[in-house]
Design a protein around this ligand. Structure first.
Ligand code: GDP
Ligand code: MN
Length: 349
């Protein structure tokens, strides 16, 4: 891009571990977006907001992934808006397709059933490739080999409060593995057999279960059933070493063999959440408060007026979902022994 045409890349082709930023204090962390060319307009708005609220102070690189070739237009416009460098990655076919063992006729007939039941994206094949890619494949892209933390940002999302600290560095310094900002309940119909598969995995792989886990976030009856709570993964920050761990890898492989990404409609949100709740130490999970984040149809908006003022929020606290009674964030605070902000009690109890 024009702004960085004179940039001297520190990346060395012959090096097995590369450093992305000249600033020694920075890790190999990137903003990461999976997107179609047709979502450019939405992306422009999201980048403008995210730059204003966060990245204009930190200049992280922002990488874009697509199962199709990005258009020249897309690349030029995006490159000009991002205050770090941008990079455009074409996803190879083997990460965006059916694994061998999947019965594609069965997959098609399942989509038909879901379509008739009017389940969101139930009839979509590409949505399933997307969920599988986000669950267990994106971090296998060769381009991401040296990336440590990634921050997922989706086109069309809004950030309406200042994010006043470097969340990447906060996570690194405090040994955080996974960060989220909203949590809600999944539609059971999209994951009828996911919990049983997960239980089966746990009995076959007891060492994958972390002794300091956060299992209470996902089950209210000692593991009998899944309570459907999940971190809303359209916003997530993760140390990729978690996804690359043998425990997560074998969990993904196990789920992939079951076929639920295609015979049902397993989303990457419940898959990531179950893995994090079971395999990561509870204290390594970070709640990112007060982002003023919006992804259809849910809004985060700090109920505390003083916080909204301090962070220059432009959102309506009446619309806040994070502290709504249906939100799973309350459960997260309770089982983590965290003190909930009290100003929201009168708003959404
Ligand atoms: P939702 O958040 O569950 O409603 O699903 P989205 O439609 O937002 O998809 C999640 C992410 O994957 C978004 O960043 C989309 O831009 C992206 N995405 C979804 N389907 C495709 C696809 O077929 N191709 C590409 N390149 N990106 C996709
Ligand atoms: Mn989305």
């Amino acid at each position: 891009g024009t702004k960085y045409s004179n940039y001297q890349s520190p990346l060395r082709a012959d090096s097995s571990s590369t450093k992305l930023y000249a600033d020694e204090g920075k890790g190999n962390d990137v903003l990461l977006t999976l997107i179609r060319n047709s979502e450019l307009d939405q992306m422009v708005k999201t980048i403008e907001m995210f730059e204003r609220r966060f990245n204009s102070r930190y200049h992280y690189d922002w990488w874009f992934m697509n199962d199709e070739e990005f258009t020249e237009d897309f690349k030029a416009i995006v490159t000009n808006l991002v205050s770090g460098r941008s990079r455009f990655i074409k996803i190879p076919k083997e990460l965006w397709s059916y694994p061998e063992h999947i019965d594609q006729e069965r997959a098609a007939s399942s989509r038909q059933t879901y379509r008739e039941q009017k389940i969101m994206y139930g009839g979509s094949e590409s949505y399933r490739f997307m969920c599988r890619f986000n669950s267990g494949l994106f971090y296998k892209l060769p381009e991401l080999k040296d990336i440590e933390y990634y921050w997922r940002v989706e086109p069309g999302t809004r950030f309406t409060c200042d994010i006043s600290y470097d969340v990447f560095q906060y996570m690194r310094e405090n040994d955080k593995i996974y960060a989220f900002n909203m949590a809600l309940q999944e539609n059971q119909k999209t994951i009828p057999s996911l919990w049983n598969a997960t239980k089966e995995f746990m009995s076959a792989n007891p060492l994958a279960v972390n002794p300091d886990n956060l299992m209470g976030f996902v089950t209210d009856d000692e593991g009998e059933t899944y309570n459907l709570c999940h971190f809303w993964s359209n916003f997530e920050i993760t140390n990729l070493k978690f996804f690359r761990s043998p425990a997560y890898e074998s969990y993904f492989e196990f789920l992939d063999k079951k076929g639920g990404f295609f015979y049902e409609r397993w989303g990457d949100a419940p898959v990531h959440t179950l893995a994090v709740a079971i395999m990561a130490p509870a204290e390594s999970i970070h709640f990112v408060a007060n982002t003023g984040y919006y992804h259809q149809p849910n809004q985060d908006c700090p109920p505390d007026g003083a916080i909204r003022d301090a962070l220059n929020c432009q959102c309506n606290p009446q619309k806040d979902f994070t502290w709504h009674k249906w939100s799973c964030v309350r459960k997260f605070f309770d089982i983590q022994g965290l003190v909930r902000p009290n100003s929201m009690e009168n708003i959404s109890s």
